[in-house]
Design a protein around this ligand. Structure first.
Ligand SMILES: [Zn+2]
Length: 213
């Protein structure tokens, strides 16, 4: 599986495309694009590689991660898969946008398929495991591919840092136990793909992340 990422919007959110060179199915994780030029950039990649976008996966329903979720679902005929625990936040995206001083209008999100801990998605013959990793929000999810030795974690943990827990549904203890209970036990070389900033590895965070000492 190939993982391609695009940095979008004023929050420098990372939108991930999961895809395969020969098999052409794709998932988009966290389409946070807020402007036409950003949507065109992502769409050009998808069109150039002739990808069939099957799903929009959501790590959590903050506006910087999902501003174009409904657009992507409609544009590609894809389903939106997310946690029921974050569903209410997908109905308050314009309030979130205002709170952050953004001058954009965002479509509310209708989840087509609820994801739960242990769910297994299949993309081009590869298994992607859904993990519930709350703490940044109640319904925060991570997406793990053992075969590709990669996990997309949203705003749970970053290179040398952790996600905020002061927003709605945030909980510091839950976040720390999600990272320690679910992320750190993964194989040491697993690549962590966070919602902002550089990629890192399980080993690096175990050894260097001051919040996990
Ligand atoms: Zn967030």
């Amino acid at each position: 599986m190939k993982i391609t990422r695009f940095k979008v919007n004023p929050f420098e959110e990372m939108c991930y495309i999961l895809w395969h060179e020969d098999e052409k199915d794709a998932y988009i994780v966290d389409p946070g694009m807020m402007y036409d030029a950003e949507r065109e950039m992502v769409d050009k990649f998808i069109t150039d590689h002739k990808l069939n976008v099957k799903k929009v996966l959501v790590t959590h329903m903050h506006v910087d991660h999902v501003a174009s979720a409904t657009w992507a679902a409609k544009h590609y005929g894809a389903s939106i898969d997310a946690s029921k625990n974050d569903e209410f936040m997908g109905k308050s995206l314009n309030v979130q946008a205002q709170m952050f001083g953004l001058n954009i209008t965002v479509d509310d999100i209708t989840i087509n398929s609820y994801l739960q801990d242990g769910d297994k998605l299949e993309l081009n013959g590869e298994t992607i495991e859904v993990m519930e990793t709350p703490g940044h929000s109640k319904g925060s999810l991570s997406f793990y591919s053992k075969e590709s030795e990669s996990i997309i974690v949203g705003d749970l943990v970053f290179n040398g840092s952790i996600g905020r827990t002061d927003l709605l549904g945030g909980d510091y203890d839950e976040l720390i136990s999600a990272v320690k209970g679910k992320i750190l036990p993964l194989p040491a070389d697993t690549i962590i793909c966070p919602g902002h900033g550089n990629i890192t590895t399980v080993k690096d965070e175990k050894n260097n992340n001051p919040f996990l000492a």
